[in-house]
Design a protein around this ligand. Structure first.
Ligand code: HEC
Length: 496
């Protein structure tokens, strides 16, 4: 009973009381079972019961990674304010990583040294049932928070500034909530949900990034109540061809502010994102069953909503398994004004055909069937002639795409594990044929060609081998299995 009350109190602080208290899914049944972790409801709430967890504290000057190394599944790691220059890699299930914010001071993961970005990623997780909250993350070369194949994740109240690739990037995960994060200065997508299922992205603020929120090759995603402003593009739902998941469907984009997304594209030249034209509020490319409802979409200089087939991204790889048209797009009521003041050349040319010199509120280009719009006369549109009038008036009955029960952890294939660890950890110091912080992979391959176990043993406990290199930090936080997997991955790695 006491536990129940504690849970109630904890829940009440974080979310509205009472909605999910009755839905406790697990109870600890024996010493071997991890303590209950995720409580969740189809009503869109997700919380972790932290009340009975074993707590590991990390203070300024200590290492978060050491704490993760010591932690057992079910543990709560609390990180106090301070500056932490490290990459945290979580490859266990049921780890809760919680920053403690005191008097406005955040625990800060800082990827820079002397003003230069030096570390690749701040937090990488591959375990399921992961909580990451209350961190400030600044100046990483790669990603702020990246997940690979972790199910049931909750990423909330993080503050991520100036990372070179993505801000929050769960890939291959099922059942996750990304909420109340603030992200800015991200050189690709600030929030990038890739190849995931059943994800809610709610109440985040995303600005001064190239893409605000991206839903890519996902099924069942709800993007609600976010404030995306002053990015190059605001909210995107699309298919990237050439990936293992071939579709993107069932996405609701609702109750968001999508405002003044006119930032000059500062994506790395050569990255696909560098092609994103500035000034577009919402972009749907090749995705199906997307509902765009009750958003406030204003001041986007190119167009408010653009719906296109894959020919728009003609630089993308060809993939015959992908159906390239956006089908069954549903545009319900949205507030739109002040869009299209500064359209890109193609859009300008299109609008000239109907004697308008501004970009439209809504533009549809290319193929697709079964789409509809409500109250079309409220907007300036282009290319929506084959859109019917919608019968649906609202998606209010869909509260959330989170599942009512946590899903089982995904079993990663061994080579996926190795690849994740390699890109997540080793590639920060080792490159294929050039010296970085560590020796080139080619040289390592020559040494350990038929001896992956020897390599795995070395990285657990590296000894000094080369006068002209620094010491390699031990990688003993990786499980034995992962160390062997990454050894094999490294030995088979080829330059592309
Ligand atoms: C922070 C930088 C850094 C990271 C991260 C790192 N290494 Fe290293 N690595 C080094 C340095 C520096 C050396 C050279 C050490 C020496 O010769 O004393 C080295 C050497 C090695 C060697 C050579 C061992 C030998 O017998 O000479 C192997 C193998 C290796 N690293 C594998 C890995 C793998 C696998 C990973 C990822 C799990 C990894 N390293 C991550 C910096 C790093």
């Amino acid at each position: 009973m006491k536990k129940f009350i504690v849970l109630l109190v904890v829940s009440a602080i974080v979310f509205a009381i009472g909605l999910y208290v009755g839905k406790v899914k697990f109870s600890a049944s024996g010493p071997a079972a991890p303590p209950p972790t995720f409580f969740e409801g189809g009503d869109g709430t997700m919380a972790v019961d932290l009340s009975e967890k074993n707590v590991i504290e990390v203070r300024d000057g200590q290492s978060i990674q050491d704490a993760v190394g010591k932690a057992n599944p079910g543990d709560l790691i609390r990180v106090y304010p301070g500056i932490y220059h490290e990459t945290v890699y979580i490859d266990k299930d049921n780890i809760s990583l919680q920053g403690v914010i005191q008097k406005g001071k955040w625990p800060t993961l800082d990827g820079s040294k002397d003003g230069e970005k030096v570390l690749n990623d701040a937090i990488l997780y591959s375990g399921s049932n992961t909580l990451i909250e209350n961190f400030k993350i600044v100046q990483y070369k790669g990603n702020g928070i990246m997940g690979q194949a972790g199910n049931n994740f909750l990423i909330r109240n993080n503050w991520i500034i100036d990372s070179g690739v993505y801000g929050i990037f769960p890939e291959f995960g099922k059942n996750g909530l990304i909420t109340h994060n603030v992200l800015s200065g991200i050189a690709d997508a600030a929030i990038y949900v890739g190849m995931c299922d059943n994800i809610d992205v709610k109440y985040n603020e995303v600005f001064e990034s190239v893409a605000g929120i991206e839903i890519e090759n996902c099924r069942h995603a709800l993007v609600e109540g976010n404030y995306t402003h002053n990015n190059t593009g605001g909210i995107l739902a699309f298919i990237t061809p050439g990936l293992p998941i071939k579709d993107c469907q069932d996405v609701i984009i609702r109750n968001n502010f999508v405002v003044n997304n006119n930032l000059e594209n500062f994506g790395k030249p050569g990255a696909i994102i560098s092609l994103l034209p500035k000034g577009t509020g919402v972009i749907v490319m090749a995705a199906d069953d997307v509902v765009i409802e009750n958003n406030i979409i204003t001041g986007n200089g190119n167009t408010g909503i653009a719906i296109t087939d894959l020919s728009f991204g003609s630089q993308l790889s060809k993939d015959t398994a992908v159906e390239p048209n956006p089908d069954r797009i549903v545009i319900l009521d949205n507030v739109m004004y002040g869009n299209g003041e500064n359209p890109v050349a193609d859009v300008k040319a299109a609008m000239a055909t109907q004697f308008d010199d501004k970009g439209p509120d809504i533009l549809a280009y290319g193929g697709g069937v079964g789409s509809c719009i409500r109250n079309r006369d409220m907007y300036r549109t282009w290319g929506l002639d084959n859109y019917a009038t919608c019968e649906l008036t609202s998606t209010a009955d869909v509260k959330s795409y989170l599942l009512s029960e946590p899903v089982a952890p995904r079993e990663l294939e061994k080579d996926e594990k190795g690849k994740l660890a390699y890109y997540g950890v080793c590639s920060g110091c080792h490159a294929y044929d050039v010296r970085m912080i560590g020796p080139p992979v080619q040289a390592i391959q020559a040494m350990y060609k038929d001896n992956p176990q020897g390599l795995a043993d070395y990285i657990a406990n590296p000894v000094r081998r080369r006068e002209d290199y620094p010491e390699m930090p031990p990688q003993n936080y990786l499980t034995e299995e992962t160390r062997l997997a990454v050894a094999e991955f490294m030995l088979n790695f080829e330059k592309k």
